[in-house]
Design a protein around this ligand. Sequence first.
Ligand code: DAH
Length: 342
Amino acid sequence: MNLFDQINQLTEEVQNYNIETKDSLEAFRLDFIAKKGRIPALMEEMKNIEPQDRKAFGMEVNKLKQLAEGKFKERQEYFENTPTSVEAKIDLTLPVIPYEQGNAHPLTIVKNRIVQIFERMGFSQSEGPEIEDDFHNFTGLNFPENHPAREMQDTFFLEKNPDIALRTHTSSVQIRVMSTQKPPMRTFSVGRVFRNEAISARAHCIFHQIEGFFIDENVSFADLKQTLYHFVKEMFGAETKIRFRPSYFPFTEPSAEIDISCLICKGKGCNVCKQSGWVEIGGSGMIDPNVFDNCGIDSQKYTGFAFGMGLERITMLKYQIKDLRLFTENDVRFLRQFEGLV
Ligand code: DAH
């Protein structure tokens, strides 16, 4: 085919080329305009043309080039200014879909606060398993075998192995830590505990405790009082009073229940404190020397105090929550009231 015929043919092709998409625009560019495209190739032929025909050839091939470039530019601008089908479906004037942000659970909020307070007093955090053996949950803590104290805490035992149970209190962590570390020790633990109890507004079969203890030479009951005194003021406010009431636990001697002045009636007497003006938040005492002996700690040299408190109880008092079941019902109307707290 002669070169002029080739120009005519390419002109026709360029005119008829359908450019409907960005991809076909690029294909068009590569086919005709790009360095290795067919129009530049044709221009290369200039040197093979008879000198008298060169001018005419040059003009024709230039027209073709301009035609192709013009078409390319026009389609390119079209695509730049016309939204694609996906873009066309996005209506930027529509209101946004609200993004719902969750918030921390009240028990988490209070737990975080407790961790902060004890860490600031130099207590480190410890952990123990929720599935425990008899030694760590009872025997190591000086619960004698067949002693009614074991029945104080209705335990979920493993049917196949009655030596294994869900821990009934976080005091088991005391035994875990004491039998693996050396005094001085100042540590606390927050975790889940389990008791075979009917669920009501005041009791649940799954709840949480905060356990702590401090062992060193010459640790006294005054240290226990001062530590919990500080905790209560930090947690509930400086005006809150604290009182220690004599009690009994197998693993402490002497033992005391910890009461704080009722935050709801400010000590005047109401339903929550059963008109007494005081509410119990946990137990405490000086660690029984038998517990030290069970864990290989020299009970002649060291003394220590321990305490255990209920996380649900503390949270209910702090936020005046009347029914413990609210913690596990996942009702957002309840949970949202704690928005913004961490
Ligand atoms: N473990 C006890 C309970 O669950 C609470 C407790 C009392 C823990 C006295 C202690 C303590 O560490 O010294 O009822």
